[in-house]
Design a protein. Structure first.
Length: 175
């Protein structure tokens, strides 16, 4: 099971001839109108796991990957809220992404293990954290287009740009 960018759910791989890659967006774990609590994310992951486990039960080899935009935003916001505390480090974006991969991987992996067990399947669930090498000079860094977390008022965006070196883009839909 690839979760967060990682993992594998497989039965007897040598006997399988059908494989699928399933992408679960970070917003699939936080539905419209939800706050994004851990309990809500687990409930949504359990609903997804029922569908994925049905495929495994039907003989499919599944690789499951996930997004994490809202979760990364929550982690960055928590880090920002405690920024004045000397004993608590502010997380960089790459650390927040890794943190969210682990957390979302646990939520989805745990939900898959439980659902597969409920079906009497003894499949393995593995979560694998991945890293991607990117060119720091890629022009896309100057014009971000992927929303992460909640929007910031203009004065906060300016502060992050100056203090943290963030490049933020105006996203009118998040005001």
């Amino acid at each position: 099971m690839v979760v967060g960018g990682w993992g594998l759910v497989a039965r007897d791989v040598t006997a399988m001839d059908r494989s699928a890659v399933i992408a679960v967006g970070g917003n699939a774990l936080i539905l419209e109108g939800q706050r994004g609590t851990i309990a809500e994310q687990f409930a949504n992951a359990r609903a997804t796991a029922r569908h994925v486990a049905a495929l495994v039960a039907a003989g499919w080899r599944i690789i499951l990957t996930h997004g994490n935009g809202p979760q990364v935003g929550f982690i960055l916001r928590r880090s920002e809220l405690v920024a004045d505390a000397d004993s608590i480090p502010i997380l960089s974006l790459d650390m927040a992404v890794a943190d969210s991969e682990g957390g979302v991987g646990f939520i989805i992996g745990n939900s898959m293990v439980n659902e597969l067990g409920r079906l009497g399947l003894r499949d393995r669930v593995v979560c694998l954290l991945t890293q991607t090498v990117v060119d720091p000079n890629d022009p896309a860094f100057r014009h971000p287009s992927k929303p992460i977390g909640t929007g910031y008022p203009e004065e906060h965006a300016e502060l992050h740009g100056e203090r943290d070196g963030w490049t933020l883009a105006d996203d009118a839909s998040r005001r």
